[in-house]
Ligand binder design. Structure first.
Ligand SMILES: Nc1ncnc2c1ncn2[C@@H]1O[C@H](COP(=O)(O)OP(=O)(O)O)[C@@H](O)[C@H]1O
Ligand SMILES: [Mg+2]
Length: 275
């Protein structure tokens, strides 16, 4: 809520009640202004609710001492990376939190190098650059590296692929998915891109006007489609393709297809049956 007790008082998030189990990969979607960033900031303890409770594992965000503990377990990637990358060099930014934990400079340097390369940034080319001397996409990947290097238990990513080109996007997405598979951390992934949510998430939360509009597993996207269309959702090429395939084949198995690899195995099974 903003500017309480004035005409500008707005509810950015209203009456949302939900539980996210540890390890879940949750996509948070919804039109611009629907409250995605506000919800992420509440869950990360960066802002406090005017009423209600936010509990993350053993922490309650209302307690200052809990918030300090919470921030050690959370990695937060801001919607605008320029708000986050503030050190003088790329190396110092990515290694900042590790430097505080360890005095072993070679170990920190090795961790920074590995993390930079995992997000597609050449260590020798970028390490000494100022964050002001790089492109928007590179800055976003630097911010992501700075968040992931500390191995957070909860990762909150506010539109991490916005402004990235196709190569950068697939690099960043596959890295996020890889660390999620390896470390089993909880991921809250805010995005406008339905194809990313369908491909990577275990659960999709949709917000509209600050309220929880839908909450479903990606395999149930079709059950929610009419309502989603009402708030501006547009089918991905894969969903359109499945629709037209279904019109022609009337095959019940298609109902559970929402990912590329599932479609490929469906088509492969079909062609084997026909042989
Ligand atoms: N700093 C702010 N000042 C004024 N209004 C804000 C601010 N941040 C967010 N809002 C308002 O809160 C609502 C939710 O915004 P936000 O959480 O940023 O949505 P989203 O991330 O889905 O685009 C919107 O109505 C937005 O205009
Ligand atoms: Mg936002």
């Amino acid at each position: 809520m903003l500017a309480a007790r004035t005409p500008f008082n707005t509810k950015a998030i209203d009456r949302i009640s939900l539980h996210i189990p540890a390890g879940q990969f949750v996509a948070i979607m919804g039109p611009t202004g629907s409250g995605k960033t506000t919800l992420g900031q509440l869950m990360g303890g960066l802002i406090l609710p005017q009423s209600g409770v936010v509990r993350i594992g053993p922490y309650r965000v209302h307690k200052k001492s809990d918030r300090l503990g919470l921030w050690k377990t959370i990695g937060f990637l801001f919607q605008f990376p320029e708000h986050q990358v503030i050190e003088d060099t790329v190396f110092n930014h990515i290694g900042a939190r590790l430097h505080r934990l360890s005095t072993r400079r070679e170990w920190v340097a090795e961790q920074v190098k590995q993390t930079m390369e995992a997000v597609g940034l050449c260590f020798s080319q970028f390490k000494d650059r100022s964050p002001f001397q790089i492109s928007g996409g590179e800055l976003r990947r630097i911010a992501l590296a700075g968040v992931l290097i500390t191995e957070p238990k909860i990762l909150i990513l506010d539109e991490p692929t916005a402004g990235l080109d196709n190569w950068e996007r697939s690099r960043v997405l596959s890295y996020i998915k890889q660390v999620h598979n390896e470390r089993k951390m909880t991921v809250l992934y805010m995005t406008h891109r339905l194809e990313e949510a369908l491909e990577y998430a275990d659960r999709i939360l949709v917000l509209d006007h600050g309220q929880l509009y839908a909450d479903f597993h990606p395999c149930n996207i079709r059950d929610h489609w009419q309502r989603l269309e009402r708030i501006g959702f547009v089918k991905t090429p894969l969903l359109r393709f499945i629709d037209s395939l279904e019109e022609r084949s009337a095959n019940k198995l298609l109902e559970s297809v929402y990912k590329e690899e599932q479609l490929i195995s469906f088509i492969t099974t079909l062609s084997k049956e026909e042989l």
